[in-house]
Design a protein around this ligand. Structure first.
Ligand SMILES: [Zn+2]
Length: 270
């Protein structure tokens, strides 16, 4: 197997990266071997919606009671939230101060309930989160307003880019791809009046051209929906891993895996 090649990608080694990306696409699923507890890596959770309105329920919606319970469990186990910048610095193996049990909480698509429901619960738990916004959705119906995003940013939340229109990026030609990626960075930076350094691939879809466009646009890293935890020596900063939380995710089982890493190499299926 070629896990060594896949997981030790230097962003300067274009040939290796090209091979690795193709290899990842062909593989479809990435199987991770976790050698020890200390090398387990940093978890990034991916949410979409937190809502109790029946009309808004979907696989991607978590109820406020369940979200609140999940935050309490994370707090009970000592997890503390970090920013994408802290994760990025850790992944580049540069000096960074991290809590004992670092965790990054992310939301994709920027639904209004991220502000009305999730934000107060997160704040109450002493947590922050990162919201990945689609460029054209700022100030649109049922999506976050610029003012709400600035309010969250003032409370330590981060803003990330999630393309302009949420297309399947690998299907786009080069000019359209660039416009989606660069446009979303510019728009988010206008709203937040600060640099936006991280991107999330819409639907998790990426290929070599996508990753290169994100890098060329000046993003410092990007989030995928590849499963697992983030380890500097193994993982690519432009393919950061996230654990999706769905309506029916067994959070207790997930938490057990996060707090009790296997003592010998085994298959990690989250
Ligand atoms: Zn999305």
């Amino acid at each position: 197997m070629h896990f060594g090649v896949v997981h030790n990608i230097s962003m300067n080694q274009i040939v290796v990266r090209r091979f690795a990306t193709v290899y990842l696409l062909l593989l479809g699923l990435v199987f991770l071997f976790v050698p020890s507890a200390t090398a387990q890596g940093i978890p990034v959770l991916l949410y979409h919606r937190v809502n109790d309105q029946e009309t808004d329920w979907s696989l991607l919606t978590v109820s406020t009671a369940e979200f609140s319970r999940q935050l309490q469990l994370l707090r009970n186990h000592g997890f503390q939230t970090i920013t994408p910048e802290q994760l990025g610095t850790f992944m580049r193996e540069e000096q960074v101060t991290l809590p004992d049990k670092p965790l990054l909480i992310t939301f994709d698509d920027g639904h209004t309930d991220n502000y009305t429901q999730a934000f107060p619960l997160l704040k109450n738990a002493g947590y922050s989160a990162t919201i990945f916004m689609v460029g054209i959705n700022f100030d649109r119906a049922n999506r976050l307003t610029s003012a709400q995003i600035r309010k969250m940013a003032a409370n330590g939340f981060s803003l990330g880019a999630h393309s302009m229109t949420h297309p399947i990026l690998p299907k786009l030609n080069a000019p359209k791809l660039r416009a989606e990626v660069i446009g979303s960075k510019k728009k988010a930076e206008e709203v937040i009046r600060a640099e936006v350094g991280y991107f999330a691939y819409p639907g998790g879809f990426y290929n070599l051209a996508t990753v290169e466009a994100v890098q060329m646009a000046g993003f410092q890293g990007a989030f995928s929906v590849l499963s697992g935890l983030n380890q500097p020596k193994r993982d690519n900063i432009y393919l950061l891993r996230r654990i999706p939380i769905f309506r029916y995710t067994d959070f207790d089982q997930l938490l057990e895996k996060l707090i009790e890493p296997p003592s010998k190499p085994s298959l990690l299926d989250y």
